[in-house]
Design a protein around this ligand. Structure first.
Ligand code: DX5
Ligand code: ZN
Length: 217
């Protein structure tokens, strides 16, 4: 799956930017980066924008919450119609209840690991999750360089899925472009977030299709 990140889109025209990646071979999910200026230094958008986006596109919304205290806020995004809601392992207080609450509210539950966070510490908890987001940059900003050293984490996650220990989608986020997506695909990722590689392109839909062709190859 390819999930264009609207972090790199024009925030004054989000409905158009969602439409710009929709269509055959286009986006599978629309990745929505929620940043609170506490968990990460950057500040983006929140629940009202997600509610408006939900009404403006048919694409499944993949909300990546880079916020403190997701235990308090995450379910609201599920109730607003997000398809998948991902919280950060480093921020969540009760990850097992979090997953149950997100699913009860009708969303898929995602858990994200910053580059310095060890997968091994979260394997048990991940049995309750649908999505594992492995950050391939430090969260907070688009346009950073891909960290190939995260591929060990991706490979180990893929092995756990293949052996039936986990049933998560293995998602990567940060620095994914025409070159690095092949590295992440080879390591075993199956969902690719791409912000600048899609929205800085002349033709965002063509960029998504090109990324998909590379993954398939
Ligand atoms: C970064 C965000 C990413 C961001 C990726 O903290 O989580 O989703 O949009 O941007 P690129 O693809 O430009 O690295
Ligand atoms: Zn993200």
């Amino acid at each position: 799956m390819i999930a264009p990140s609207i972090l790199s889109a024009d925030f004054a025209h989000l409905a158009d930017e969602a439409a710009a990646v929709s269509g055959g071979g286009g986006a599978d999910w629309l990745h929505v980066d929620v940043m609170d200026n506490h968990f990460v230094p950057n500040l983006t958008l929140g629940l009202p924008v997600v509610k408006s986006l939900r009404a403006a596109t048919d694409l499944p919304l993949d909300c990546h919450l880079m916020i403190d205290d997701p235990d308090r806020w995450a379910v609201g995004f599920a109730e607003a119609g997000a398809y998948n809601v991902t919280v950060h392992a480093e921020a969540v207080a009760d990850p097992v209840s979090m997953a149950l609450d997100l699913r009860a509210a009708g969303a898929k539950a995602g858990l994200s690991l910053k580059p310095g966070t060890d997968l091994d510490d979260w394997v048990e908890v991940l049995r309750d999750y649908d999505t594992l987001l492995i950050m391939t940059v430090e969260p907070g900003f688009g346009g950073q360089s891909f960290m190939p050293e995260m591929m060990d984490k991706v490979r180990r996650a893929r092995t756990m899925v293949q052996t039936g220990h986990l049933t998560v989608v293995v998602q990567v986020d940060g620095g994914i472009n025409a070159d690095t997506i092949a590295i992440a695909a080879e390591a075993g990722a199956d969902c690719f977030v791409a912000g600048s590689a899609v929205y800085d392109a002349q033709d965002p839909l063509a960029a998504v299709r090109a990324l998909r062709r590379t993954v398939e190859r």
